[in-house]
Design a protein around this ligand. Structure first.
Ligand SMILES: [Zn+2]
Ligand SMILES: [Zn+2]
Length: 256
């Protein structure tokens, strides 16, 4: 099975261990034709994104594309945080129009500014066992549905990793809003129990290594095993059977 794209890669702009240039070089070496750089977002604890880092990254990608021997397409994205039960995300409004790819996911390590009102959401989803987390399904599903209504999201990343959701409801809305569900190489085990519902829903899929190191770029052993085990139609998987299409965010306006 040939995979030509990797739409979830981290760099030293957040918590990745390799630079944008190094990750791109590796991607070319392993034969990828497209990548999306999706570093963590503004309210991430410790290695958060900033306007300065984002602008630097954007400029670097622009310059790499201008080099006419660059044999790869680089999408500039952000892996935004689903911050709370209201479905707020942490992408600044002035950044949104510059994004090629908006990925959205739950992460437990957020800045203190996000803690007060969201203690239960962060603590239970982030640190409790499965029984306690199952009680958050309605809350989390509401949060995702609300985010999908409000933001031009392209990809829902590593669903069912920590924050559990009603997968049928999520897939239905994702399909309506033209949002990809990610097959995340690092978290394939989390999505496997609901892969039947995902396939049945007809929602579109996309592959992402979630590489934080050079050696993880373009590595998809778990993803390929899952696709083969469940016979997932590859014509629905961006990066394998089709090219992805991400939303045009240039006219993004803040909702009043
Ligand atoms: Zn993530
Ligand atoms: Zn990630």
């Amino acid at each position: 099975m040939e995979i030509f794209g990797d739409y979830h890669i981290h760099t030293t702009a957040s918590d990745g261990m390799a630079s944008l240039v190094d990750q791109t070089k590796i991607a070319i070496q392993v034969g990828l034709k497209e990548i999306a750089v999706t570093d963590h977002s503004w309210h991430t604890l410790v290695s958060s994104m900033s306007h300065h880092k984002f602008a630097t990254q954007m400029e670097a990608i622009g310059m790499m594309h201008q080099a006419n021997d660059l044999d790869i397409k680089i999408y500039h994205g952000i892996e935004g945080n689903l911050l709370n039960r209201n479905g707020d995300m942490d992408i600044p409004d002035d950044i949104m129009p510059h994004l090629d790819v908006l990925a959205c996911g739950f992460h437990r390590y957020l800045e203190a500014v996000c803690w007060d009102k969201n203690m239960k959401y962060l603590l239970v989803n982030g640190f409790c066992g499965k029984k306690a987390r199952e009680k958050m399904i309605a809350t989390n599903t509401w949060a995702y549905l609300s985010a999908m209504e409000r933001y031009p999201i392209d990809i829902l990343v590593h669903l069912q990793h920590r924050a559990l959701v009603d997968i049928k409801a999520i897939c239905e809305k994702a399909k309506e809003k033209d949002i990809y569900i990610e097959l995340n190489e690092k978290h394939i085990k989390d999505i496997e129990p609901c892969i039947g519902d995902i396939i049945e829903s007809g929602v579109k899929l996309i592959v992402g290594s979630d590489a934080h190191t050079k050696k993880a770029v373009g590595k998809f052993d778990n993803t390929i095993a899952l696709i083969e085990k469940y016979n997932i139609p590859t014509d629905r998987i961006a990066g394998i059977g089709c090219e992805p299409k991400f939303k045009d965010k240039s006219n993004y306006k803040v909702e009043e």
